[in-house]
Design a protein around this ligand. Structure first.
Ligand SMILES: [Zn+2]
Length: 191
């Protein structure tokens, strides 16, 4: 099998803008810009913590979208489905009741990222609970949950381009031992 080219994370943006991002990566300037803007990694280490993180956003903005059954990190999403996140709504008949299961999976790459990027992907998948297509109503809902949604998605996609080129994450999580203390979260690592 021939190796696949890396996905073009900036395909939806104007070519000139994508070229500019590639230039910044080549000149080693993108990493610094990202670290200045997002100095810290989040502390959402487990699926349980991720569920709580999503639940908090949902109860603030999407209270009537039904109960979330599961939210988890998934290390196979990017490889198998070329997806950063997925959502499923499964309706099951249980006895006389129709039960809906709502699941959100987040690509494992989001484990080592700033909280804003995790928020962006969770907001995206939560919005799909109400709006299936990537249309105006969908993005309106995203902006309702995260007013700077479009900027966050662009910054995230710039970072994914960087990650492809550099091969290692910009942010590293704190050691498990440090969790639960008053630590500020994570140390930023240079390129
Ligand atoms: Zn989507």
């Amino acid at each position: 099998m021939r190796p696949k080219p890396p996905p073009n994370y900036l395909a939806a943006y104007p070519a000139a803008l994508a070229d500019e991002v590639r230039r910044l990566i080549e000149q080693n300037r993108l990493a610094d810009a990202l670290l200045r803007k997002y100095p810290l990694a989040h502390e959402v280490r487990t699926d349980k913590a991720l569920y709580d993180f999503a639940q908090e956003i949902k109860s603030a903005h999407l209270r009537n979208a039904g109960q979330l059954s599961m939210v988890c990190f998934d290390s196979r999403l990017q490889v198998m489905q070329h997806a950063l996140g997925t959502h499923t709504r499964i309706a099951r008949v249980q006895g006389t009741k129709l039960k809906a299961k709502r699941e959100i999976r987040v690509a494992a790459v989001f484990r080592e990222m700033p909280q804003q990027f995790l928020q962006m992907i969770v907001v995206h998948e939560l919005a799909h609970l109400k709006e299936a297509a990537h249309d105006k109503a969908f993005y309106q809902l995203c902006r309702h949950m995260a007013p700077d949604y479009h900027q966050l998605e662009f910054d995230l996609r710039c970072y994914l381009c960087y990650l492809d080129a550099a091969g290692r994450p910009l942010w590293s999580p704190v050691a498990a031992d440090d969790l639960g203390t008053e630590s500020i979260g994570a140390t930023a690592r240079g390129p």
